[in-house]
Ligand binder design. Sequence first.
Ligand SMILES: *Cc1c(COP(=O)(O)O)cnc(C)c1O
Length: 241
Amino acid sequence: MNHNLILSIRERYQRVLQKIEESAEKSGRSVEAIRLVAVSKSQPLEVIKAAMEVGIKRFGENYVEEAVEKISLAGETGVEWHMIGHLQSRKAEMVVAHFTMLHSLDSAKLARRLDRFCGTHVRKLPVLVEFNVSGEESKFGLSAWDEEKWPELSTEIEGILIQQHLEVLGLMTMPPYFENPEQTRPYFRKLRKLQKFLIKRYPEAVWNELSMGTSVDYVAAIQEGATYIRIGQAILGPRPQ
Ligand SMILES: *Cc1c(COP(=O)(O)O)cnc(C)c1O
């Protein structure tokens, strides 16, 4: 075990935990309502093992094959694995077989495939629906930048909600990158506004969770109601190229 690695991750982790606590307190929220996903994409197994040693129990990965390999090698029970990156339909079964939860469900077609594999694997899969609230073309998610077109999301949303093995729990977004989190804040607000819209339109469904905020802007995300924050570099250090 690499002790310097453990020490540096512990230090960064504690700093982040402290900031989460402060931001929760300042915005009058309970810290238990904010769950941290340590984003370990592109990080070697050594970093994940060190993070586990520090007590981190929830990891986020973007690339399915890479993740599945690390998940089997990490071999620790009691750890949650969250798929947060874009998922191609043909890799759906790997997510059903290996992950705790999916943050990036972005079509009814993918939902149908996941549901079918959940049937064969006899499990339910908790999911968040990913929305693109910025209109930025490089971002995935159901297109939701134009509020007037929110009602048009119904075909996709209903195609997702109808799947018996998927537990829809809320919304996720990945806004454009800005160094200044104040520039990201409007997108967090927009996701929360969309959440209110969905609650009104589909009151029988569950829309509690908001997965938003990364290393640079998690404080703003917490202030805007995030229940999952996805933090990579601020805890695990820079990603290897
Ligand atoms: C990489 C990534 C993160 C974390 O980014 P950091 O800058 O390392 O905190 C969060 N969410 C998604 C979807 C990502 O791809």
